[in-house]
Design a protein around this ligand. Structure first.
Ligand SMILES: Cc1cc2nc3c(=O)[nH]c(=O)nc-3n(C[C@H](O)[C@H](O)[C@H](O)COP(=O)(O)OP(=O)(O)OC[C@H]3O[C@@H](n4cnc5c(N)ncnc54)[C@H](O)[C@@H]3O)c2cc1C
Length: 455
């Protein structure tokens, strides 16, 4: 067994670089790669899944160490009612899912709420109106020519032209920082309308959570994959990918030594910022490189603080947070036992880029300063804290994608195409933008592609 942290049972992982030719090698054991590998192995193909980290799950990452049987999420947490793959797999693997009946959270309020709400509503009315004219919500890059210019306009530019920016800025910024991990200046207006069309009506956003931690999903997939005889190689960062007429060779480092894997096909399920840093033979096509340059690297810093008691449940806050850079604050432990409680502080977009240059200690202090305006004696209750900057994570280099102007119509259709014997997977290829569901959907379609070629 390789040295996997904790007592999680992933099944049999590999100690040595395997010496066999596989039907398919999958690179990256985030949800996209795990699901692709699992589906291919389920169809009895020989599959090796290679991962740089010493754990599976990638951006799905649950913090447990030192929390005395509690846990909190550093990455994804919420599941929408139309995330059918996530919900289906949770059911299949018997993972506990819960709605948020007793959810505690607060948000700052805008300085001029009435005008701000009005502008915000006008913005969304226009989004719904444009969404109605997108004929194929699942392939929104096929929008009619009349709508295509909207993919060259940012949310900010659109709001400015319609006269809703001045009053609406506060909400637009909070929305993009929470949902897109960037600023309204960077997000395509068409992409917001396209996502609205894709989601349709009647979806409950963010109502579910995996009760025992989001990482239980990737761990269950990894366990099922290895139990079926799939090979899982951890701590093996891939450095180069070489394609010939009849094979793909993957060059990684494992246990300090070079390790080469050979396969008939490969699925590259890496975060998009990592792709261009690998050595490709033949080189990645210039069109793909140009398309990747249009993908936006959403920035998030998450800070989690565990307190001795859940004082926020007993006292009303003295004032709402005055730290505008923290755009959301909520409790992680409402579904968990114990008297202690964990609060999650969300910083997204430009503020997250600034917070990246602070030390974790400074970030934790800023969060506590904010909380003190609501609960003056909160520092006395602190047990432990953790702050994570996703931009600084070498194997992710961003939190999740946002659709910059041009990405939807010019980049996405091209990026979804395979190159020779290699297919790509990852949440950046799905219309479930920046969601676990998007990662699973892309893994499923890459596995379908490989199955069709392997016969
Ligand atoms: C702060 C935050 C909050 C989020 N909130 C939500 C939410 O509430 N709900 C939701 O559904 N989604 C949310 N997401 C998004 C969700 O986490 C992602 O969409 C999903 O996990 C992406 O999966 P993936 O497999 O595409 O990529 P990843 O999880 O990034 O997987 C890629 C894998 O490739 C590995 N890798 C990288 N480089 C190499 C290399 N050279 N060699 C081998 N392996 C390599 C990585 O270690 C990783 O395991 C959030 C993400 C973040 C960061």
């Amino acid at each position: 067994m390789s040295g996997y942290h904790g007592d999680v049972n992933l099944g049999e992982t590999m100690d040595d670089c395997p010496n066999q030719r596989y039907d398919c090698v999958v690179i990256g054991a985030g949800l996209a790669g795990l699901y692709a590998a699992y589906l291919l192995r389920e169809s009895f193909y020989s599959v090796c899944l290679v991962e740089a980290r010493g754990r599976v799950g990638g951006r799905v990452c649950t913090w447990r160490d030192g929390l005395d049987a509690q846990h909190a999420e550093l990455g994804p947490e919420f599941i929408d009612s139309n995330h059918t793959r996530v919900l289906g797999l949770a059911k299949q693997f018997d993972l506990r899912i819960s709605t948020r009946p007793d959810f505690w959270g607060v948000s700052p309020t805008p300085p001029n709420p009435r005008a701000a709400y009005k502008a915000w509503r006008r913005f969304w009315d226009a989004v719904y109106e444009h969404a109605r004219h997108i004929p194929e919500p699942a392939c929104p890059w096929q929008v009619p020519e009349t709508l295509q210019p909207l993919d060259r306009v940012s949310m900010y530019e659109w709001a400015l032209r319609q006269g809703v920016w001045q009053s609406g800025e506060w909400f637009l910024r909070r929305y993009t920082r929470n949902m897109e991990a960037t600023e309204p200046e960077n997000v395509s207006f068409l992409s917001v309308a396209a996502q609205e069309a894709f989601y349709g009506e009647g979806v409950d956003a963010g109502i579910y959570r995996l009760v025992d931690g989001a990482e239980t999903l990737p761990e269950a997939l990894a366990h099922a994959f290895t139990a079926q005889g799939g090979d899982l190689l951890l701590e093996a960062p891939v450095q180069a990918i070489e394609q010939t007429e009849d094979a793909v060779r993957i060059h990684a480092m494992h246990a300090g030594k070079p390790c080469t894997l050979e396969a008939r096909y490969a699925i590259v399920a890496l975060p998009f910022p990592v792709l261009t840093q690998l050595e490709w033979t033949p080189p990645l096509s210039p069109q793909r490189r140009d398309a990747l340059a249009l993908a936006g690297k959403g920035a998030v810093v998450r800070t989690l603080i565990q307190f001795r008691t859940r004082f926020w449940r007993k006292q009303s806050p003295r004032a709402y947070p005055n730290q505008p850079e923290i755009s959301a604050l909520w409790e992680e432990t409402d579904l968990q036992a114990g008297g202690m409680g964990i609060l999650s502080f969300w910083v997204g977009g430009e503020p997250a880029l600034r917070w990246g240059s602070l030390t974790p200690h400074e970030r934790i202090d800023l969060c506590l300063q904010t909380l003190e305006t609501m609960y003056p004696r909160c520092r006395e209750e602190v047990l432990t804290a953790y702050s994570y900057d996703w931009q600084a994570d070498p194997h992710a280099q961003h939190a999740y994608i946002y659709h910059a102007p041009g990405y939807l119509t010019r980049a996405l259709p091209l990026l979804r195409q395979p190159e020779g014997r290699i297919a790509f997977a990852g949440d950046y290829l799905s219309m479930f933008v920046g969601y676990m569901e998007g990662a699973l959907e892309s893994g499923e379609s890459a596995a379908r592609w490989a199955r069709a070629r392997l016969g």
